[in-house]
Structures are given as structure tokens and as C-alpha cells.
Design a protein around this ligand. Sequence first.
Ligand SMILES: Nc1nc2c(ncn2[C@@H]2O[C@H](COP(=O)(O)OP(=O)(O)OP(=O)(O)O)[C@@H](O)[C@H]2O)c(=O)[nH]1
Ligand SMILES: [Mg+2]
Length: 462
Amino acid sequence: MGEDTIAAVATPLGEGGIGIVRLSGPRALAIADQMFRRQDGRSLTEQPTYTLRYGKVVDPRSGRKLDEALVLVMRAPHSYTAEDVVEVQCHGGVMVVREILSLASELGARLAEPGEFTKRAFLNGRLDLAQAEAVLDVIQAQTRLGLEVAVDQLEGSLSRRIAAIREGLYDLTVRIEASIDFPEDDIPDLEIAEVERGLQTSLAGIAALLATADDGKILREGLKTVITGKPNVGKSSLLNALLGENRALVTDIPGTTRDTIEEVVNLKGVALRLVDTAGIREASDLVERLGVERSLALLQEADLVLHVLDRSEDLAPEDFQILELTKENRRIVLINKTDLPPAWGLADLGEIAAPVLEISLLKERERVVEALSAAILDLLGSGMVASSAGTRALITRARHKQALQDAERHLREALSTLQAGLPLDLVAVDLYQALEALGEITGETVRENVLDRIFAQFCIGK
Ligand SMILES: Nc1nc2c(ncn2[C@@H]2O[C@H](COP(=O)(O)OP(=O)(O)OP(=O)(O)O)[C@@H](O)[C@H]2O)c(=O)[nH]1
Ligand SMILES: [Mg+2]
């Protein structure tokens, strides 16, 4: 890797202000020099790093002019890939960038694979793997908060936490090895209690990171929020209120919503993937019954359930069925239509483990949105939303969570081996496995096929 010079279009394919063709590798300057005529007639190879020059892109074989361009030179190792990088900034047209790219390829560059520039940055040691993944998170961030956490991770917030845990463990293994190798020497006896303390510290560090995994997933993927309730209680009115527009049909006929409606709202930095569903009841016709079945299935995969009740109508068996069905979910109960005379009171619901809001979607939309937003952010916990000073380390990826869980398992095994009074070299075996699992996050011990899978998620040119 890194022997050849790669090239790709770095901007989205389409019409725009500028288009950028990027080259990276040992021959980047030589190849770009052949296809670029600087206005002042000088060679690109003399161009100092981090400078931009104006000229024309010309096919050296035919003399055909392709475009005017600015060329930016960034010499190794101070570039994105840590190799020589040249960016040709031309007019932003589909044909122009394609032509320049194919010229670069005819002059000896290889077309880059998805994520190959970032992969080189990783292989050349400029980024670790968690930071490389954060590049993708920055590109894909949908909310301000998601972006902030991604930028923190790109700057190494997660990597530093992992490194600290690994250092502690590494220290422990070195001392265990020493006491195994030189049992008779002067090295003070390694106290079992000391090893145990070291293991506990590492386990606590891992547990603290794992505790952020739910929040992290929500930040990266959004919070799947399902609005449920029996027909006509105001579910679609709630969706419309949260969206701030009349997206879903609202009528006084029960059973108005039949298929699910999905929309994304940005709630103070958290993406809510809102789903309005068909009201749940014994359906009278097939279409409605399918809708009800779909609503029930959606409850299974919801990160958050908003259960709407109508206070102006008697409670029905369905209301209680839904309460029962969602008791394991993170949920909020909304008692709607408080502007009408009440048909029941809070006490009739019995004990429910969920925040309850009394609202009127007809009379006070804005207050409802405010109160509900506050209740949702409250449920999500402060760790994610409170913008703490310094950088945040959140576990946003299943891959990281899995590695931490593996490390945790090995450390628990090490602990029980130790407590059972078994030899220290058996403890060391588990310690090494824990170290390896943690190293997968930052990429010290990662396998090639895992790398390929990670970088395949990137776009070409990144
Ligand atoms: N008085 C009053 N009426 C409301 C309130 N909220 C909603 N409604 C009315 O209740 C009716 C049903 O509202 P929807 O939002 O369509 O209810 P839904 O739960 O989506 O109903 P389905 O899609 O049929 O399951 C409409 O006529 C709304 O205008 C409220 O707070 N007060
Ligand atoms: Mg509806």
C-alpha cells in the first residue's frame, strides 16, 4: 500500500462551483506536473507545499486543453494521507472532472477505492482507526450534536480513553510477566490485591464507556420514535405539531391513518425519526387490520414510544393493552384533549412507570412541543445533551461496543482466575486478549478484512 499513486474526484458528482480531482502518492506531483501548465511556466515539482497556482489542465500528448484550474500542492508528510497530495480545482462540471480524472489515470495514477485516502491516512499513522471512522461520522452527521461528538472523536477523545485503559493493562501484564520470569529475584512480590485493583480500574473504565453506547447510537442513527394510541386520540396531530407542518391527514373519523408515516425532526440536536401509526383497535377491515399489525410490530423496534390517550372519551381496553405492550420501552404518556370535559382522571390509569404530560394539541401546540421536547431530552439523560466542557467520548458504533464487551469478558475471566488462586500466567493470557480486543477499536490489532469493511462505507475520493 502507498506504492502507487491514487486519484479520485473528491467533490460530489454534479454541477457546482468547483470540482476537485485529488491525487495522492509518490508520483502525485510528477503526474500532476505533466497535465498542468502553470501560468508562469514553472514546474509543479518546484512548487512549495501548501501553495496554490493558476494554470491550465492540458493533455500533454495532444495539447488539448481540458479546463482552467488552480492546483494545490501538499507535500508528505503534512497532508491528509501523509503522502504527497495534489488537488486540481477545476470548474464544477460532471464532464470536466471526469476528463481530468481519466487523464490522471492515463498518466499513471490508479483510480482510488472508496475511503482509500483515509485508509492511507490510517496506514501511514496519521489517524488511528477510531479517528478514521469519525471522519465518516462528520460527513454523515445529521444534527449539531452528532457533529460535535464526531469532531471530538476525530480529535482523539475516544482514542485517548482507550489508550489510558490499555496502558493500565499493559503495565499490569509487564509486572505479571516479570514476577513469572524472575520469581526468585528482587522484584517485590506482586501482590494479588494489587493486580485485582488494576483489573477493577480497567473494568470500571470500560463500563463507563459502555454506559454511553445507547446515547451514542441514538446520536449517530437518530431516535426511532413511534407514536401510538387507539384511533382518533390525536396521534397525527402530534406528528404535525412536532414537524411544524400539516404532514399527516387529521380528521375526526377514527382510523384515518392507515399506513405509517415517517419523518425526521431535529430536536435540540437529537434526530427524532418520528413514525405516526394507525390507531390500535380491533380493525373492521383488512387494510386497517394490516395497519394495526404494522403499528404493533413497530413498537418492538422503537427507541422511544409516545403513547397518546384521549381524556374526553372513556378509556378502552386498547389503552391498557398498549400500556402493557410498551412497559419495557422508553416511553412518554400524553393525555390529549384536555380542552374538552374530562371522561376520566389520572387515577383511572393506575400506576404507570413513565412521564405523563397533560396536553391539548388543539389549543396549545407550541407549549406541547416545548414540554415534550424537555421530557424527551430528560429521558435521554444528561450525558449526551449537556454540552460539557472538554471533549466527549461516546460509543457510537456497534463495532466499538463489541470490542469493549469482549475486553470486559476477558478481564472478568482474569479476575476470577486470580481469585481462584490459579497461576499468574493464566491471568496474563486473558489480559493479552483484553488488550487485543481494545486495540481493535483504535486499529493496533485490527484484521485486514475488518479494515476493508470499514473503509468500504466511505465514498470514493475521501
Ligand atoms: N378538542 C380537541 N380535539 C383534538 C385535539 N387533538 C386532536 N383533536 C382532534 O381529534 C381528531 C383526531 O385527530 P388525529 O390527529 O387525526 O387522531 P389520530 O390518533 O391520528 O387518529 P387515527 O389516525 O384515526 O388513528 C381530529 O378531529 C383532531 O382535530 C385536542 O387536543 N382537542
Ligand atoms: Mg392518524
